[in-house]
Ligand binder design. Structure first.
Ligand code: ADP
Ligand code: MG
Length: 227
């Protein structure tokens, strides 16, 4: 169950995203407006107030996430190319996501060969990994377990892999990865993988997804030899 996911057709869709972003942001805004309207009525019970306030915050966070993902995708940011030490970068990503993982009963294990280097924009590369690892963690919600991030050399390429033991994906779901607004999550934006794939592709990397429903997913990223 594998599919080469670098597909230029998918990237063309970016141009039509702006219209749907407006639409996507309108939903949370409408929800928040409704709750604020309720909150301004004097007879609202205190525990209801608390609940409505919480829902407003969640919806606003969602709107913000949509905007962040969209900007990462659509706004060409200046590239700041550096030599990246893979072990440093995956350790950083693991640290950033540790509390989110633990909250969901997931343990992140990082394993790498020393001295692996690639070149790229540090913050973009981190963003691309964060999105993918986050998906792995989210796939394990309610199950817990171990999520493994490994990096090794294969011939002269650098192979990075993110292995979760989450709910897995069907063929159809895998083929829709990286396309905008494909999400099976209540609070998902469906933009995370698209952002990640774009960044990895811009770094000449390729992505392979292997997945089995109910078992888990391996996301393998291969960066060609770096001179
Ligand atoms: P979002 O996470 O906001 O839903 P993404 O583009 O990051 O958007 O992911 C799209 C969808 O792909 C997810 O909603 C999920 O159904 C599926 N998916 C992505 N990664 C995984 C994974 N590691 N395991 C299972 N499903 C995944
Ligand atoms: Mg995601």
């Amino acid at each position: 169950l594998r599919k080469e996911l670098i597909d230029s057709e998918k990237m063309k869709v970016v141009s039509v995203i702006s219209a749907s972003v407006a639409h996507e942001i309108r939903n949370p805004l409408t929800t928040v407006r409704g709750f604020i309207q309720l909150l301004t009525q004097s007879e609202v019970a205190p525990e209801k107030k608390q609940q409505y306030g919480q829902l407003c915050l969640e919806e606003l966070d969602r709107a913000q996430q949509i905007i962040n993902d969209y900007l990462a995708l659509a706004k060409p940011q200046p590239e700041n190319i550096d030599k990246l030490d893979i072990s440093e970068e995956i350790s950083y990503v693991s640290k950033v996501l540790t509390s989110y993982a633990n909250l969901n009963g997931v343990e992140i294990i990082v394993q790498f060969e020393p001295g692996l280097e690639i070149s790229g924009d540090r913050s973009k590369f981190r963003q691309s990994l964060i999105n993918l690892v986050k998906n792995g963690i989210e796939a394990m919600i309610g199950r817990g377990g171990v999520l493994e991030i490994t990096a090794r050399k294969q011939k002269r390429s650098v192979v990075l892999s993110i292995h979760d033991s989450g709910n897995g994906m069907t063929h159809e779901q895998i083929s829709r990865l990286g396309t905008p607004y494909f999400s099976n999550k209540e609070k998902g934006t469906g933009l995370g993988t698209m952002v990640s794939f774009n960044i990895i592709k811009s770094m000449m990397g390729s992505i392979n997804i292997t997945s089995e429903v109910g078992k888990g997913t391996v996301c393998q990223i291969v960066f060609p030899q770096q001179l």
